[in-house]
Design a protein around this ligand. Structure first.
Ligand SMILES: Cc1cc2nc3c(=O)[nH]c(=O)nc-3n(C[C@H](O)[C@H](O)[C@H](O)COP(=O)(O)OP(=O)(O)OC[C@H]3O[C@@H](n4cnc5c(N)ncnc54)[C@H](O)[C@@H]3O)c2cc1C
Length: 301
């Protein structure tokens, strides 16, 4: 079955279907074994074709953005990672809204909005994901998040049909959004407000500078590893538990921000998972709080 699928993907996507791809090159953590296939699709039709064929072959599939919230296991992913490109990664103005393809790079969307003098997305400066990934994870910072901006979403559902949902139709919580199972965010319409481009640009610069001061922005990471528990900060609890600098193999709790685990070079998923377990145990012991991962673990540990 998978030989047939491989042929079909090669025939329809050519070089855009890459097999046996190390996920360490497709994730910001730089960690993870091979995915059976990483596909780049440039249209809704291509996405639907890949999903249908993959399901028929009995393999799993999942959307892949920039891999900035993923920890892929060392054993890899036994299916198809689907990445959006071309029109599905483009940006355009629609009145006071920003229309963004699900594969659009979030930093590019932030800059595009600033150039147009559209305010509201400045908090996302420095988040290295895609618009689709940010919608799916309800990414947020500085007391804002994607759900507050999202006026509508175009989804491709598992059976191949599309659905246009109003923002309010999708329940959202802290770093979570209830998308239908096995769905792909093809595009999002973000509601912004007109402002002077210089004022928007300045707020983006301020958000970036703030990140650079408090986060290890130059190191390979996946951002915050654990969610903030109600009324507290995961970083504060991890630091109070004495975990800053704690190391397992190539993975280390950042000395700059305790809720970041950085890859010092050569880290494996096993190193990161072992370090996450150790941090959770120490925090539980010192404060009684059970931290919940914010990063998504993919594949068999
Ligand atoms: C340095 C750094 C700083 C960060 N700072 C923040 C921050 O301030 N706030 C914050 O919330 N996050 C932050 N993150 C985490 C991460 O960037 C966000 O969660 C981001 O939105 C993930 O986007 P992605 O495209 O990389 O998604 P991926 O990591 O590739 O995927 C994450 C999930 O989204 C799904 N997904 C991806 N694309 C789509 C799509 N088109 N349709 C449906 N599902 C999709 C994937 O299947 C997966 O389940 C940071 C990460 C780093 C490395």
């Amino acid at each position: 079955m998978s030989a047939e699928l491989k042929r079909l993907l090669q025939d329809s996507l050519g070089e855009r279907a890459k097999f046996d791809q190390p996920m360490s090159v497709h994730t910001t953590w730089g960690v993870g074994g091979p995915a059976w296939c990483v596909c780049q699709v440039a249209s809704q039709e291509e996405a639907a074709l890949v999903i249908k064929a993959t399901r028929q072959a009995g393999l799993p599939w999942m959307p892949l953005g920039r891999g900035s919230n993923l920890l892929v296991s060392d054993a890899g992913y036994p299916g198809v990672m689907l990445r959006l490109a071309g029109e599905l990664a483009s940006l355009r103005r629609q009145g006071d809204c920003l229309w963004a393809g699900g594969g659009a790079h979030l930093p590019a969307a932030v800059k595009f909005a600033a150039r147009l003098g559209l305010a509201g997305l400045e908090w996302a400066a420095g988040i290295p994901g895609t618009v689709g990934g940010a919608v799916a994870t309800n990414a947020g910072a500085l007391d804002s998040d994607m759900s507050r901006l999202t006026r509508g979403i175009t989804l491709l559902l598992a059976e191949g049909e599309t659905a246009r949902l109003e923002g309010a139709q999708l329940p959202a919580g802290y770093r979570q959004r209830s998308l239908p199972r096995e769905s792909l965010v093809l595009a999002a319409l973000l509601a912004l407000q007109e402002d002077r481009p210089e004022a928007v640009g300045l707020r983006c610069d301020q958000a970036l500078a703030r990140r650079r001061r408090s986060q290890p922005t130059g190191a390979a990471s996946a951002g915050s590893v654990f969610k903030n528990p109600p009324g507290d900060y995961a970083g504060r609890l991890i630091e109070a538990a004495g975990c800053k600098g704690l190391t397992v193999g190539g993975a280390q709790v950042s000395a700059k921000h305790a809720n970041f685990i950085v890859n010092r070079g050569g880290a494996t998923a096993r190193d990161v998972l072992a370090l996450m377990r150790e941090v959770r145990q120490r925090v539980l012991k010192s404060s009684g709080v059970e931290l919940e991962p914010e990063v998504e673990v993919v594949g068999h540990a």
